[in-house]
Ligand binder design. Structure first.
Ligand code: G4P
Length: 548
């Protein structure tokens, strides 16, 4: 297996005069993206095929095989093995043509969507992956909303065309009407399922023929001109006519591939293919890298910072403890936003004001790590984190900057977390704090100080299981979880003062988060609606305000 690139394409920077030029080149050659999809749409399969083209793996199946290896070496990931799911996120980097591609991998299970939200905060582009038979699914819609909030350009890959699917026109229509996102089909399918024959490239009108190739190998596309008489050997006349007719309909409808609109997140280029049979992946990768935006300016509390800013800046978007149980380490994932990051660099930590020397920055490819010598905007580096970093933290050199934080999303499951063994109290507290900092779960507390048990607030049930499992395996504390029967949480915008102003409230429980801010818990949406009706002046938020 080829080891992960450390940016060999990156220019060697010799002196200050060349710096801007070299930085510009490094910025120009970087693309970074995340895949948003519903479980089972084929994200792992597509990732694998992309890595195959990038030469980062030699054969398909390697991502899963690596997964297996990881599951054996890491005890908390034992849970993943038991449940057959992917919980962890990793960052995969590969070189393709002259581009350094950073794929921010996201967990597959919907209970971990919060982790995906954070990863999207570090992404410049998103690939929306749909199963052709299922169309838009709940998790995809949710993640799309996050992309929309940040105007991330979205590229759509409609997968599993080798299986019977919905009509392609209705799939486009669904995206347009339900997501309010314009579409532009870059290629158009000829048939589907057993009758899938390939795609017509919209720009050249060439036909790329589908072949049920070997699963694990790079496919060689066979292209024919649309008027080539040989085409009739491979494609039935009626299927071809139907596809051409539909394509003509699209042309007549007149939307153009306006890159400006793509970059603003208003128009999505759509590709049809089949990741499993490796069909359409390479043309997708080529067009995607052509159209995707490079590292963009990111907002700080003082306005946007351009990637071309000379000094290094970046922010922590994910923390992960104990990725490698042999070292019991904690890794902070940092998205580089501007300038050049270099090994052994001393940076300022905006929240604490401290200076830190970053001596062992890493690139992490699944479970493999390699030390990073330098990194550029759009890259992600892993830093050892002895409890210093929190999600949203800014690191910088030069003039002070602070990136806008990453919000936490509204939990829907609440329970007391009890430690039945008083002698394990220290470990219990340490474990709870570390898992909270890592963002594995949100922690709330009763306002009554005598009730010291923390409240676990999670987006999904599985998150609770992971927390208990990790507390037991990593901190040697067995815990008991007691459901509280609440389903909805709201942060109070004006804090304790505005809560006091409205006096006693009913049918909800007031608790506080780790920053002592009031949070209201409701048994159901109806109780929340009631409170909002009774107290229209009370401003509530489903999302925890960013901690600065
Ligand atoms: P996920 O990460 O989004 O959850 O999906 P994953 O790639 O694991 O794919 C889910 C299932 O869909 C897998 O089948 C995979 O082989 C299949 N799949 C992915 N892309 C395509 C495609 O283009 N065409 C067809 N027909 N199937 C596809 P599985 O049975 O769960 O696993 P496996 O035994 O095939 O590995």
């Amino acid at each position: 297996m080829k080891s992960i690139s450390t940016g060999n394409n990156a220019p060697q920077i010799n002196d200050d005069e060349n710096f801007q030029h070299s930085l510009q080149e490094a910025v120009n050659q970087r693309r970074n993206f995340a895949i948003i999809s519903h479980p089972d749409a084929g994200k792992t399969t597509l990732t694998e095929k992309l890595l195959l083209y990038g030469g980062a793996i030699q054969q398909a199946g390697a991502v899963k095989a690596r997964g297996e290896q990881r599951k054996v070496t890491s005890d908390w990931m034992e849970l993943e093995k038991q449940r057959g799911i992917s919980i962890t996120s990793t960052v995969l980097q590969f070189e393709y043509k002259d581009i350094t591609v950073n794929l921010l991998d996201t967990p597959g299970h919907q209970d971990f969507s919060e982790d995906t939200y954070r990863t999207l905060a570090a992404a410049d582009n998103a690939v929306m992956l749909e199963d052709a038979a299922k169309g838009l699914e709940p998790q995809t819609r949710k993640l799309f909303e996050v992309c929309r909030l940040r105007n991330i350009p979205i590229f759509t890959f409609i997968n599993k065309m080798d299986r019977p699917g919905q009509e392609p026109l209705s799939l486009l229509d669904e995206i347009e009407s339900e997501l309010n996102l314009s579409t532009f089909a870059v290629n158009w399918p000829i048939g589907s399922g057993d009758l899938f024959r390939g795609v017509i490239q919209r720009d050249s009108r060439d036909v790329i023929l589908f072949a049920r190739g070997e699963r694990g190998k790079q496919s060689i596309e066979r292209r024919l001109k649309i008027n080539d008489p040989k085409l009739s050997e491979f494609v039935e006349k009626e299927l071809l006519e139907k596809a051409i007719e539909e394509l003509d309909l699209l042309e007549a409808a007149g939307s153009a591939l306006d890159l400006e609109l793509v970059r603003e997140g208003e128009l999505t280029p759509v590709f049809f293919g089949s990741a499993m049979t490796n069909f359409g992946v390479r043309p997708f990768l080529d067009s995607f890298l052509d159209m995707a935006q490079g590292p963009v300016a990111r907002n700080t509390t003082d306005g946007p910072v351009d990637p071309m800013r000379e000094t290094f800046t970046g922010f922590v978007f994910k923390l992960q403890a104990n990725m490698d149980p042999r070292h019991r380490d904690r890794v902070a994932f940092v998205r580089v936003c501007s300038g050049r990051f270099q090994k052994d660099m001393t940076v300022s930590h905006a929240r604490s004001g401290k200076n830190i020397r970053l001596s062992r920055p890493q690139k992490i490819f699944a479970q493999d790590r390699s030390v990073v010598e330098d990194a550029y905007p759009g890259d992600v580096i892993g830093l050892n984190n002895p409890g210093m970093f929190a999600i949203g933290d800014t690191l910088y050199t030069g003039k002070h900057v602070e990136y806008e934080g990453i919000p936490c999303f509204s939990p829907e499951i609440f329970c007391w977390l009890r430690n039945p063994n008083p002698s394990a109290f220290k470990n219990f507290r340490k474990g709870v704090n570390e898992l909270r900092e890592e963002g594995a779960v949100q922690i709330l507390y009763d306002t009554d100080q005598s009730k010291r048990d923390p409240i676990l607030a999670a987006v999904g049930q599985l998150q609770l299981e992971v927390v208990q499992h990790r507390l037991e395996n990593e901190y040697s504390v067995e815990t008991i979880v007691d459901p509280m029967g609440y389903q909805v949480a709201r942060w109070v915008k004006g804090g304790w003062t505005s809560l006091e102003q409205i006096g006693r409230i009913f049918n909800c429980k007031t608790v506080q988060d780790s920053w002592q801010r009031p949070v209201l818990l409701f048994k159901n949406q109806w109780n929340l609606n009631q409170l909002e009706q009774d107290h229209p002046s009370l401003e509530l938020s489903a999302v925890a305000p960013v901690v600065s």
